[in-house]
Ligand binder design. Structure first.
Ligand SMILES: Cc1cc2nc3c(=O)[nH]c(=O)nc-3n(C[C@H](O)[C@H](O)[C@H](O)COP(=O)(O)OP(=O)(O)OC[C@H]3O[C@@H](n4cnc5c(N)ncnc54)[C@H](O)[C@@H]3O)c2cc1C
Length: 304
């Protein structure tokens, strides 16, 4: 990758050899060749087209709250929309939001107006973009519940418009493809009342505080819950709470949260992932599937 070339074409902020530990909730991850925050939609298109033309791998991140990046880092461009795609417009129960908007802000602004359908996501970290890709959900609600449409930009720089019916959402999964970046979305929430919205919100925030190790760095649940029950239950029953590798630990508060006590590396977390997978498979015959997204690893490392 030619640094000068990128500097000449991109208008937004570019950080070369940028440690991804600065951009993930785990505080873990080696350097990305270039970490770019495009200035606007035109700039984003230019960068995507350039990456495609030059065959440079491009990855998209929101606020990195569901990502484990390898210690070796990412050979390619990492694009984040962050503050440059931050528009949030609310008109009665219709909401237009760019994907760099923090989910927490959207929840706050909607609940303030007694709009229901998003309040149970209170406390889920991250941006709207990450929430849509992951179909973020908590305490019975999912981000896709009141979604009407989404706009994305492809690697060719073309805009792609999706209506809700064009898309598929299920548990922590969406049908968007890896080579398109989501830029904005429209929602239609339910006009409700203060009592209902507050009740749902309090239930969700209370449940989160009582069950999650929120004092330590993590990426939330490491594994998806299998059909047999909660992943954390099986990890706990396999006797793994408190298991450590370096400064990473399987939380003793919530066994599906792996926490970084300060200086954990990605390989420490990967060791814990592989221990949990092996032990749960041995004890219960269940193969746990990752919920967190991994970047910069070879398949062999992930399947040790
Ligand atoms: C303490 C804690 C608690 C959590 N609790 C919950 C919970 O209750 N429920 C839940 O669902 N999740 C939970 N999470 C996980 C995480 O907060 C969500 O998955 C969140 O939606 C991720 O948003 P993000 O912006 O950080 O995305 P990132 O982690 O940056 O990215 C997640 C995925 O989305 C892709 N992506 C991000 N933005 C875009 C974009 N604009 N276009 C295309 N692709 C994009 C990335 O490539 C990646 O594949 C928790 C995490 C933590 C740390």
């Amino acid at each position: 990758m030619k640094k000068k070339e990128i500097t000449n074409i991109a208008k937004g902020a570019i950080l070369f050899d940028e440690p991804m530990s600065r951009h993930t909730s785990y505080g873990i991850g080696g350097p990305a060749s270039a970490y770019i925050t495009p200035k606007d939609k035109e700039d984003l298109r230019t960068i995507l087209k350039y990456a495609k033309q030059k065959n440079i791998p491009a990855y998209f991140i929101g606020s990195g709250s569901n990502i484990l990046v390898s210690d070796e880092g990412i050979n390619g461009i990492v694009i984040t929309l962050g503050k440059s795609f931050n528009k949030l417009e609310i008109n009665k129960n219709r909401v237009f939001a760019e994907t760099g908007v923090m989910l927490g802000k959207m929840v706050k602004e909607c609940t303030k107006r007694n709009l229901s359908g998003i309040e149970s996501l209170i406390g889920v970290p991250g941006t709207l973009g990450g929430a849509l890709i992951m179909n973020a959900g908590a305490f019975g609600g999912e981000i896709s519940n009141c979604l009407e449409s989404v706009n994305a930009i492809t690697m060719s720089g073309d805009e792609k418009k999706y209506k809700y019916d064009d898309l598929e959402f299920n548990y922590r999964n969406s049908s968007f493809s890896n080579d398109e970046i989501l830029i904005d979305a429209n929602f239609k929430f339910i006009e409700s009342n203060k009592e209902t919205v507050s009740k749902n919100k309090l239930k969700a925030s209370g449940g989160r505080k009582s069950s999650q190790p929120l004092r330590f760095r993590s990426a939330g649940s490491v594994f998806k819950n299998p059909k047999e029950g909660a992943a954390g239950y099986f990890i706990d029953k396999a006797g793994l709470k408190g298991t450590k590798s370096g400064d990473a630990e399987i939380s003793s508060i919530h066994a599906n949260f792996f926490v970084n006590h300060g200086t954990a590396s990605a390989s420490d977390v990967i060791k814990l992932i592989n221990i949990a997978r092996k032990e749960v498979s041995k004890e219960f015959g269940i193969m746990l599937e990752l919920e967190i997204k991994t970047l910069g690893f070879t398949q062999e490392v992930l399947e040790q």
